[in-house]
Design a protein around this ligand. Structure first.
Ligand code: C2E
Ligand code: MG
Ligand code: MG
Length: 587
């Protein structure tokens, strides 16, 4: 390149030679160029810079030299030895040219260092900015991860609803204000197991997801819905208003479930049981709120599908007492806390009211609650599986008393009628126990009567029925108790090994007074009594409380009766006295 450098002539070959030497010097030093240039580019750049410096040296132009130094630095010729090697090469060159280039080379160095420093600063600045940006990105990633983790820790993956953990957080938050009435709908989907079993878990899962979506929509903002168990959901009402709010919510839950679901091409309908409870936060605790709603749910489920029930402390207290009683039952039998009262069953004929039988009615002398009637514990004993032990105790006491009466009254001894529960008859050990008792006490089988309710007979088929036949054939009297309260299935009367039909209290109640009996009531009673007689059965009316009832029953042909009009249930001692008097009068 021809280049007019100034007063002292130079030529392109000279400059090229300088560039070559310069490049060679740099190549010998530590090469840590930040920006890599090809050899050709280096040569081209250094040739241009060498020419510029040569011109500056000739003209004593320090400013131009400084700019060239800056350009050299900006081309990223940086490193420990770059400047030193460059100045040495350039100084040698100018010396051979007889130029005093000290000032120009000084300016070149200054320009280089300044640009280099500026570049370094910019580099540091951008490094810092890059570091900050990187840190921010990392922190954001961390936050995103945490949020994702938190979401998963607090939500149910299947339905996306809040899970148990999240629900308890929200419940706890609702309790921060002691005046807030916090309400809960505890929902349990009916029959999910059968969906899973018959249609597969994929269908069950999808059904749950759709159910959850409806709940979330229904509850809306401010009333969080959560899935807290396999088929258990809750809707929390942190600020419950009037009691009707929760009732409406429960109704709405049942309504949204009633709309059929489309799951994998299947049309499914779903019902649920719901327990409802609301209370002021200051008067309860989150655990108690949930527990009580759960109790109400249990009540709702016990009533059938698609029901809701509200928690009621009194009812809970009653149920708790029932549970306490149930668990105390076996011990009470062992301690002999049960005893019998006896209620005479009398003849109606001639208005003589001669006692021919007594019904043994069990009572529990409870150490804390006093004497309890069978209404408080018989069902309980049946449900808890303790009826066998209790029934056996009752039969033993009744048979021993029958034996005593037999000894005291001879032929005037009454039949002792004992109530028997279905579960007892179904138990294989029951028949031999009864037979053994009759043997042990030495009573005539005909002195024992067993009362079974209509309900019991309905479930009595197969072996239990055979058991009753064996007893009946041996002479034990079998009575159907409370006839008329259940199905009043007349067909049973002909098929069962029966001796006695006891007309239920409600039946007899209809003819309590002259005004209370309708013509039809009397007709029905008469037809039943006639039918029983036709089948060779004795008819006993229960719960006879008035003379009017006794008179009508006598007119209708009823054989015997029992009730307060004649005698209340009484202790064995008193019953013995009464029976003795009656026997003496009959003589
Ligand atoms: P149930 O066998 O029908 O006994 C008659 C019930 O009616 C007795 O009640 C008796 O006290 C009551 N009663 C008698 N006369 C009248 C009356 O004129 N008016 C009214 N309103 N009631 C009258 P209790 O003793 O409370 O027995 C209730 C039920 O408990 C019995 O009904 C029987 O089903 C059952 N039960 C009693 N003892 C036993 C038992 O030892 N074993 C079993 N399995 N059940 C028993
Ligand atoms: Mg009875
Ligand atoms: Mg009865």
């Amino acid at each position: 390149m021809a280049w007019d450098g100034g007063s002292v002539g130079t030529d392109a070959g000279d400059t090229a030679e300088l560039a070559r030497r310069w490049a060679a010097a740099l190549a010998g030093g530590a090469r840590d160029h930040v920006v890599a240039l090809s050899a050709a580019e280096v040569t081209q750049l250094l040739t241009r810079l060498a020419a510029g410096l040569d011109a500056a040296a000739r003209q004593g132009d320090s400013r131009a030299a400084a700019e060239i130094g800056a350009e050299f630095a900006e081309a990223r010729f940086v490193g420990d030895e770059v400047l030193g090697l460059s100045v040495a090469t350039l100084a040698a060159h100018f010396a051979t040219r007889g130029l005093d280039a000290a000032a120009v080379l000084g300016a070149f160095g200054t320009g280089y260092v300044r640009a280099f420093r500026a570049w370094l600063l910019a580099e540091q600045e951008s490094a810092r900015a890059a570091e900050i940006a990187a840190r921010r990105a990392a922190e954001q990633r961390l936050r995103d991860n945490e949020a994702r983790l938190r979401f998963h820790a607090q939500h149910d993956p299947l339905t996306g609803l809040a899970n148990r953990t999240r629900f308890f957080d929200e419940l706890g938050a609702a309790f921060t204000d002691p005046d807030a009435r916090v309400g809960l709908c505890y929902i349990d989907i009916d029959g999910l197991e059968s969906v899973n079993e018959t249609l597969g878990h994929a269908v069950g899962d999808e059904l749950l997801a759709q159910v959850a979506r409806r709940f979330a929509e229904l509850a809306g903002p401010g009333r969080p819905a959560a899935r807290i168990g396999g088929d258990e959901f809750v809707v929390l009402v942190p600020r419950a208003g009037a009691p009707s709010e929760l009732a409406e919510l429960a109704d709405a839950v049942l309504r949204v479930l009633a709309v059929p679901f489309e799951v994998h091409g299947q049309r499914l309908t779903v019902t649920a049981g719901i327990g409802v409870y609301a209370e002021r936060a200051g008067l309860t605790s989150p655990e108690e709120l949930l527990q009580n709603a759960d109790t109400a749910l249990y009540w709702a489920k016990a009533e059938g599908r698609g029901r809701w029930a509200v928690y009621d402390a009194d009812r809970q207290q009653r149920e708790r007492t029932r549970l306490d009683l149930a668990s105390a039952l076996p011990g009470a039998v062992a301690r002999g806390e049960f005893f019998l009262e006896y209620q005479p069953i009398v003849t109606l004929a001639n208005r003589q009211a001669v006692p021919v039988a007594v019904e043994a009615l069990v009572r529990w002398r409870h150490p804390e609650l006093g004497v309890l009637g069978p209404g408080r514990f018989i069902d309980l004993a049946e449900d808890s599986g303790h009826i066998g032990a209790l029934g056996s105790d009752v039969l033993t006491m009744a048979c021993r008393q029958a034996r005593r009466w037999h000894e005291q009254l001879g032929p005037a001894a009454p039949v002792v009628s004992v109530n028997v529960a279905a579960a007892e008859v179904e138990d294989r050990g029951w028949l031999p126990r009864v037979q053994q008792l009759i043997d042990d006490t030495g009573i005539a089988p005909a002195q024992l009567q067993l009362e079974l309710t209509e309900r019991t007979f309905m479930h009595t088929t197969g072996r239990p029925l055979q058991t009753l036949r064996i007893l009946a054939e041996s002479g034990v009297r079998i009575a159907i108790d409370d006839f008329g309260t259940g199905y009043s299935n007349l067909a049973y009367l002909g098929r069962l090994p029966l001796h006695v039909v006891k007309l239920a209290g409600p039946f007899v109640h209809r003819i309590r007074t002259a005004g209370s009996a309708g013509r039809n009531d009397l007709l029905i009673l008469e037809a039943i009594i006639d039918l029983c007689h036709g089948l060779g059965l004795t008819v006993t009316a229960e719960c006879v409380e008035t003379r009017h009832q006794a008179d009508r029953l006598l007119e209708l042909g009823c054989d015997t009766a029992q009730g307060w009009f004649f005698q209340r249930p009484m202790a064995a001692g008193l019953a013995t006295e009464q029976l003795t008097i009656a026997a003496a009068m009959a003589d």
